[in-house]
Each structure stands twice: as structure tokens, then as C-alpha cells.
Design a protein around this ligand. Sequence first.
Ligand code: DAT
Ligand code: MG
Length: 150
Amino acid sequence: MTDVVAPALEETIERTLIVVKPDGVRRGLSGEILRRVEAKGYTLAAVRLMDATPELLAAHYAEHEGKPFYDPLVDFMLSGPVLGVVAEGQGVIEGFRSLAGATNPTSAAPGTIRGDLGRDWGLRVQQNLVHGSDSPESAAREIALWFPGL
Ligand code: DAT
Ligand code: MG
């Protein structure tokens, strides 16, 4: 009989980078957003209120450089403090994307962070309250950028 060895439970734990964007911090929604993450059952591994820098954002949003919303996006992310968060748990990368909802807050489903708490403000960039890593590779890259050494 072949031995099938299940991975140790801790080996199945993933981490994701969440950022409560300046609109979320400004509107006093940091607690509500963290509440939803914790209520879903994920664990907070790091939480830090910080000011993003142009260098950090250039690296973080490198995939969007050259797009029409890129400059407004960087300006927006520099417009006030952000809350950097590392959350962990099985499936947390996909799970937080699901909690966050679609990029456009107008069409994001009710029940999601963006759908319940966000809307179109008529700006060139969507102010949609949160960032969440979109893959294991992005999560590793983004956590290293925002929380070096964690
Ligand atoms: P997400 O944040 O859902 O991963 P993304 O990575 O495609 O979305 O884009 C990064 C951010 O840029 C997004 O949260 C809001 C802004 N953005 C994306 N597409 C946009 C568009 N078509 N118009 C205005 N802003 C946009
Ligand atoms: Mg993205």
C-alpha cells in the first residue's frame, strides 16, 4: 500500500497582504474591515498603520504602470495613511478576495466589503477601500515589500 501522507496542518496555512486604502482609513472603516476578516476565521499576523511611499507603490503596482488609472492610483494611495495587514489561514488569498468583492464598488456584490461600503465617487481611479493579494506569488512578493523580514 502506498503511504499517502497528509501535509501537516500548519503547512496548509497561507498568508495574504491586505491594505486598507486611504479612503477606508479616512472613513473610519479599518475596524469594520478587520472585523470581517476575523469573523471569517482568519488570523491577523501583522497590522500596521503607515504612510506608503512612491517607491513602495511603484513596486507594489508595477503590473499597472502605463495604464490610464496608474498616476491617480498612486496619488490616491499617497493621500493619507493606510493600514497594512497580513492575514493568515487556509485559503485566505482567495477568501479575502471574495470578502473584498469586485474591483468596481458599484457592481461589487452586496455582502462584500466593496459592495457594502464602497461606491463610485466620480474619480479617475476607483476608491475601493481595500487591496488583497491575488495569488500565492503576489502574496509572497507583496508581503516582502510591505513587511520586510516578517
Ligand atoms: P484589484 O484591486 O481588484 O486587484 P486591480 O489590481 O486590477 O484590481 O487594480 C488595482 C487598483 O486600480 C484597483 O483596486 C482600483 C484601480 N483600478 C483598476 N481598474 C481601474 C479602472 N478601470 N478604472 C479606475 N481605477 C481602476
Ligand atoms: Mg490587484
